[in-house]
Design a protein around this ligand. Structure first.
Ligand SMILES: [Zn+2]
Ligand SMILES: [Zn+2]
Length: 139
């Protein structure tokens, strides 16, 4: 798959049956439909209320950020705010192919969710190790 920002081929990284496309240049990450949910479930984050469907049913976020195109269908993606303060601005394919996170945004979201999971101090480490492992595969 081609990075919607850099237009270079992304690396496929796979762990726990979740396949992500990762751009080594801008550190952006593409989640196919359903993969974000799978990732969050595998981290045992419950009640996060995040799904591609929900994200697409929200009104588009106002943003000066350039609109990127879906790497699958080429349609302009919709900007959406997810998470809590500060919100993470992601891009979602309007027909539901998946979600694009700019570099660092996955960590930002996961950090928030981990912070929310009171008493579960292992969650963030788990995610960091997941992403760390996953992103090592880029070489
Ligand atoms: Zn890129
Ligand atoms: Zn699409």
């Amino acid at each position: 798959m081609i990075c919607p920002i850099c237009k270079v081929e992304m690396a496929v990284v796979e762990q726990d049956q979740i396949e992500l496309d990762y751009c080594a240049r801008c550190h952006g990450v593409w989640f196919d439909a359903g993969e974000l949910e799978l990732l969050l479930e595998s981290m045992e984050f419950k009640g996060h209320g995040l799904s591609l469907e929900k994200i697409l049913s929200q009104p588009g976020a106002e943003s000066d950020e350039k609109k990127h195109r879906c790497p699958i269908c080429g349609r302009k993606m919709k900007k959406a705010h997810i998470g809590h303060h500060p919100q993470v601005l992601i891009d979602a394919c309007p027909v539901g192919h998946g979600l694009w996170f700019d570099g660092g945004e996955v960590h930002q979201l996961v950090g928030q969710l981990a912070g929310k999971a009171a008493g579960d101090t292992g969650a963030e480490e788990k995610v960091t190790s997941f992403l760390g492992e996953a992103f090592k595969a880029e070489k």
